[in-house]
Design a protein around this ligand. Structure first.
Ligand code: ATP
Ligand code: MG
Length: 381
């Protein structure tokens, strides 16, 4: 029976499995190795992944995304309250002070806990894996952000249990990545030699994690870790969104913030624009049809403009990087390499900041998207 590694990201999830001496990433029914971390409810139907993601615009009230921000937390937690400001679906406080996601399902108002929603999503990943491997899947390793508390970790395990999975271990994202790095490196120092120090920076959709690790052959030690729990790609989407919304209000007198569906559409556009700006420094046009009140809109942005809008966010990137260095007072010349993973490390300005803090060219030895899940699968190989 296969043991499977799951990386349930705030936006994107990946599955990997140890097979035939190597690690294989599993593709879903769309032949895509990435499955969006979204669960949607529509009439009697419940969908996950790609199908659910397409409902973020058409059915936003009943489409639950970013549930990872809520798992294992209390409703009154200030971070949860902050999160609620940008949550398109209804969230209520349950009797025991927990979090309830309120959706219309099978013609009833239903309230699901973040654990239940996560379980629904894990069930999808389980089925995807079973179909791909043509075997039953029970044992798994699931990654979590390194800053997750014990309660949050237990909640993830509990979700796995609800999904009929046995979670052998929850592993820090960065530890998984370090494992994936170390396992195939033939040239690591022997245990008697000075270790090789490597920095891993993972900036995903909602947070930023840094870990400095020391490698010897067959040995991995995490020297220090630091994070920003609320700095990720979605924050960049948000500043682009705000600028577009302002532009549409000025030019076309439509307030996309006043209509959930319009807001969701512009958010999707903002993320697309952000990715295009990573690859091009020229101005990228935005054209959207019937955004609101049957009005077509045009706008655009270029990288330098984005960097100015995101200046405050960009300033925060170096804080955890420096904190990880300061904790162990390591000299920069004792760092062998800086490995970047996570979608948001594709932003040129983010790369520049990482480079300038460590005074080093960045390495992409690892698959930026799949490394976490591969590390989880390795744990049980
Ligand atoms: P988290 O680790 O926070 O739970 P995640 O693992 O789901 O989230 P990733 O898949 O690592 O996150 O990264 C997704 C983020 O990366 C999104 O915000 C996405 O827009 C962003 N991203 C992906 N490609 C690019 C790109 N080319 N340029 C800029 N941002 C990008
Ligand atoms: Mg991630």
């Amino acid at each position: 029976m296969a043991v499977v590694g799951f990386d349930v990201g705030n936006l994107s999830s990946y599955i990997a499995v140890a097979k035939g001496g190597g690690i294989e990433t599993i593709a879903n029914e769309h032949s895509d190795r990435m499955t969006p971390s979204v669960v949607s409810f529509s009439g009697p139907q419940r969908s996950q992944g790609q199908e659910a993601k397409s409902q973020m615009v058409t059915n936003p009230k009943n489409t639950v995304s970013q549930f990872k921000r809520f798992i294992g937390r209390k409703y009154k937690d200030p971070a949860v309250q902050e999160e609620l400001k940008r949550t398109p679906y209804n969230v209520v406080e349950t009797e025991n002070g927990g979090i309830g996601m309120q959706v219309q399902y099978q013609n009833e108002q239903e309230v699901f806990s973040p654990e239940q929603v996560t379980a629904t999503f894990l069930t999808k990943l389980k089925t995807t894996t079973e179909t791909a491997l043509n075997t039953k899947v029970i044992d798994c390793v699931i990654s979590v952000p390194q800053y997750f508390t014990d309660t949050e970790r237990r909640a993830v395990c509990n979700s796995a249990y609800i999904a009929g999975l046995n979670c052998l271990r929850v592993m820090n994202d960065t530890t998984a990545v370090a494992l994936a790095y170390g396992i195939y490196k033939q040239d690591l120092p022997t245990p008697e030699e000075k270790p090789r120090n490597v920095v891993f920076v993972d900036m995903g959709h909602s947070s930023l994690q840094v870990a400095i690790c020391a490698f010897n052959k067959g040995k991995l030690k995490v020297l220090s870790t630091a994070s920003d729990r609320s700095l990720g790609g979605r924050d960049f989407d948000r500043v682009i969104f705000e600028q577009l919304a302002k532009d549409f209000l000025d030019k076309y007198k439509i307030d996309v913030n006043s209509k959930l569906r319009a807001r969701q559409r512009v958010l999707v556009e903002a993320e697309k624009l952000k990715k295009q700006m990573s690859a091009n420094a020229t101005r990228i046009p935005v054209n959207m049809e019937s955004v609101m009140d049957d009005k077509d809109v045009r706008s655009g942005m270029q990288r330098s403009e984005f960097e100015a809008l995101a200046a405050d966010l960009l300033k925060r990137v170096e804080v955890p990087l420096k904190a990880a260095l300061d904790q162990i007072k390591i000299k920069l010349e004792d760092i062998f390499s800086v490995e970047i993973i996570g979608g948001s490390t594709r932003i040129p300005a983010v790369k520049e900041i990482i480079k300038s803090v460590f005074k080093k060219e960045l390495s992409t030895t690892l698959n930026q998207d799949e490394a976490v899940s591969r590390g989880c699968a390795l744990q049980c190989a």
